[in-house]
Write a protein that binds this ligand. Structure first.
Ligand SMILES: [Zn+2]
Length: 553
């Protein structure tokens, strides 16, 4: 128990004055309440000197001091009261008589604690949501949308939009955290990165709720909303900075930049009342941001009470994953070998991968990276506002990045949502249909299923080309847009090659995280293999929990 300042009224009994080794006087006494509860009180020399004239056997007084285990009774082991102040007149306030004596009888009821509840993610990849709170503050880390339903069928965002917020809470789709939906509550939302399985339900949160996130993360979420169907915006954004602590009430949070497939991803160290939790977020150690991990290891508190450790890849793959630099080599080899066009299916938000592709283009003679104007918006926005090392279409430094205009997306942005500012700035870098076909052998073109219509219409030269799949393989095998797109590519006689590395840590990376923070407990999160943690990490440290279970840290 920590020391608690209290004021207490009662009767002085069994007063004994002692002389310390240093020759100073001090006193011990029993202190009895109206209801005959007794605790030991200690008047240390400085307090005794000041108050001895007021303290007499049998006298009712009001004392102010520190209650706790610093002054434990040597015989009974019970907590005592170290007096720092004696209130001059007897003050039988209800608070002093009842509340504080109650605290002495039931200290655990008043103990300041840090609590934790994983609403979703203890045995699931996606939909992550963690609530952490003390007596006076509450934070929610991530507000993710699930990837699958409880029966493992794909989660349908459109389906949820048919229902009210209350209904979604009732059906256990949205987390039941009332203060998140109320106006002006003491709850803050903290978002680790811009993947929807970590932020997708943010739109349901009350607009007054402060949202702590990286500036890059905010920009990527806003770009997704601008180009998609979402009309919501982040009203109350607060930007977090790598290593810079911030407080929500008595909870202190330190964000740490992590390497992940999403740009600007963070882990969080969360501390209060001498307790600590490290939420790993999604991370890996084989990308271009992995050098940040050494800094994290040096800066982070060395022993945390709880590590919430993501385990996406546990059970999926056992070997070490290639680094982004190794992928760059594979791209160089492939581009050099391919005599026709290179088509690459990659996420526009995977900045590390786009850098690997672009650097590979530069290393091959005469290659041009051709991106659609959505990807161009992402790269330019991040370059201008967050990280000037990100390449984007520009006459000045990146003449070898050109832009194409997919039919449906261009129409949508100009005619339907009327946002010409997303389309026009890249016109000087445009490569037209005829040029694309003519220059095919020079091009490394970033594509996705929605541009199939454009490829069908203006790309004639598929022969000698290569299609590179640079995403998680799981999307390939399921029926849907990706599979249809790959079938279309295969029908053109193009070879399909995988060049990819995971956005998540391999076992080596997970173990390095455990070594860095030496957790007393490891809690599985963002995994389908919670049961395997005990085989991979020290068994006694692993604590498997269920969604919705409260842990007092
Ligand atoms: Zn992620």
């Amino acid at each position: 128990m920590t020391q608690t300042k209290i004021i207490l009224t009662g009767t002085i009994k069994n007063l004994k004055v002692h002389t310390t080794k240093k020759g100073e006087k001090m006193a011990l006494a029993d202190f009895e309440s109206e209801n005959n509860d007794i605790i030991e009180v200690v008047f240390f020399p400085h307090a005794w000197k000041e108050y001895k004239v007021k303290i007499k056997e049998g006298k009712i007084v009001t004392l102010c001091g520190e209650f706790g285990d610093k002054v434990q009774n040597s015989k009974t082991g019970e907590n005592g009261l170290a007096i720092s102040f004696v209130v001059p007149r007897v003050k039988k306030t209800e608070e002093a008589l009842i509340t504080n004596w109650d605290l002495i009888k039931n200290p655990q009821k008043y103990e300041k604690s840090l609590n934790l509840k994983i609403h979703r993610g203890t045995n699931e990849i996606g939909g992550t949501c963690v609530e952490i709170w003390t007596d006076n503050a509450r934070i929610v880390v991530d507000m993710g949308m699930p990837l699958v339903n409880p029966d493992k069928t794909p989660f349908d965002e459109k389906e949820t939009e048919k229902h009210s917020r209350d209904k979604l809470i009732q059906d256990n789709i949205l987390p039941n955290i009332p203060s998140l939906y109320e106006d002006g509550s003491n709850t803050a939302l903290i978002i680790s990165h811009s993947h929807k399985d970590h932020y997708g339900f943010m739109k349901y949160v009350n607009s007054s709720c402060p949202v702590y996130l990286g500036f890059g993360t905010q920009l990527l979420i806003e770009l997704t909303n601008t180009f998609g169907d979402n009309k919501w915006t982040i009203n109350n954004a607060k930007h977090i900075i790598n290593g810079k602590k911030f407080n929500i009430g008595d909870i202190e949070i330190t964000p740490y930049l992590m390497d992940h497939a999403a740009f600007d991803s963070y882990a969080f160290l969360i501390e209060a009342h001498g307790k600590s939790i490290l939420y790993s977020g999604d991370f890996r150690l084989h990308g271009r941001t992995s050098k940040e991990f050494q800094w994290f290891c040096n800066d982070v508190k060395k022993t945390v009470d709880y590590l919430l450790l993501e385990g996406t890849t546990i059970g999926r793959q056992t070997e070490l994953f290639p680094t982004e630099e190794e992928l760059e080599e594979q791209f160089v080899k492939t581009f050099n070998k391919t005599r026709g066009i290179n088509l690459i299916y990659v996420s526009a938000h995977n900045i590390d991968r786009i850098k690997s592709i672009y650097f590979a283009c530069r290393r091959c003679k005469n290659k041009i990276l051709l991106i659609d104007f959505y990807t161009a918006n992402v790269l330019k926005t991040l370059n201008k506002k967050v990280d000037s090392t990100i390449p984007f279409p520009s006459q000045l430094n990146y003449k070898d990045i050109r832009v194409y205009y997919p039919h449906f997306l261009t129409n949508r942005m100009l005619e339907h949502v009327k946002k010409p500012e997303t389309v026009r700035p890249f016109r000087p870098h445009k490569l037209g249909r005829d040029e694309i076909d003519k220059m095919a052998s020079q091009l490394v073109m970033i594509v996705r299923p929605t541009v199939q219509y454009d490829l069908e219409r203006y790309l004639k030269k598929y022969e000698n080309g290569c299609f590179i799949y640079s995403m998680w393989h799981g999307y390939k095998d399921k029926p849907g847009k990706t599979k249809d797109f790959l079938d279309f590519i295969a029908s053109k006689g193009m070879p399909i090659k995988d060049i990819h590395t995971s956005g998540h840590a391999d076992l080596f990376g997970l173990k390095r995280m455990v070594e860095a923070v030496k957790p007393k407990h490891i809690v599985p999160i963002h995994t389908e293999k919670a049961k395997s943690y005990k085989e991979l990490f020290s068994e006694e440290n692993v604590r498997e929990v269920d969604d919705g279970q409260t842990i007092q840290v």
